[in-house]
Design a protein around this ligand. Sequence first.
Ligand code: SF4
Length: 269
Amino acid sequence: MTERFEVALNMPAGRLTTVIDVPTGFIPINAIVPVTRRLGEEAAELEVQHAIEAGLAISCRKGCAACCRMLVPLSVPEAFALRECVEQLPADRRTLLLNRLSETKDRLKHEGLWERLTDVAEASSPVPDEELDPINRAYYALRIPCPYLDNELCSIYEIRPAACRELLVTSPAELCQDLVQNPVIPLPVSMRVSSVMALVWGTLTSSPPRLIPLPMALEWAERHEEEARMTWPGSSLLDQVLDKMWRFLSQEFTNRGWTVGKEPEKEKL
Ligand code: SF4
């Protein structure tokens, strides 16, 4: 059984109106991930349309995975959802993936980065950007292909993290070979969905808004599997998502020097 809602959100690039189905009963947090990511993608699509109307073009194409050498942050709900999906992969694909993750872990340990990433994943308070930036740069300097990358294509495309969906560029694709040194122009992101879900999880569990580095997300989810079994009413999880999205959007409107618009609207159909 599901409940159907029409949701409307004022985004910097226009008004987003969409229909969402949410289970009526109690659901685990990973069940809200697809809906939340879809809202993020629809918000990104508004930004894409806005850019096209302004005469810009998106350079990102299938088969270009230059940005898949960056450190990807996942929220806890996404880590739980990823683990569930990986467990359902055919045995040969799962083995291949787990081997790649193991190789990546060995490399990161060798480079002295695994411990630093573990500290980020298990931090008991929010990790400030000043601490995260050097870790992100050190990771990117290694140019390690994402363990989920297969012949320059994402092997988990349908369930890839929100952060992967949000990086689109309007500068020439060649510049993405060095995202630090080159003048890459990313499309504005009005709403970072991984941060939204991290805030939701933080509120639900009275914990810091945690972001987990992708290479260790499966291990983290396994260590915390009891938390993955906790449940909440589906409608109240949607309320949490909309509330955190609104906080994010309010900040984005303020950053752009615009008047903060109306709060999200949610109507039962
Ligand atoms: S999860 Fe997929 S899209 Fe994201 S960095 Fe890895 S290969 Fe690239």
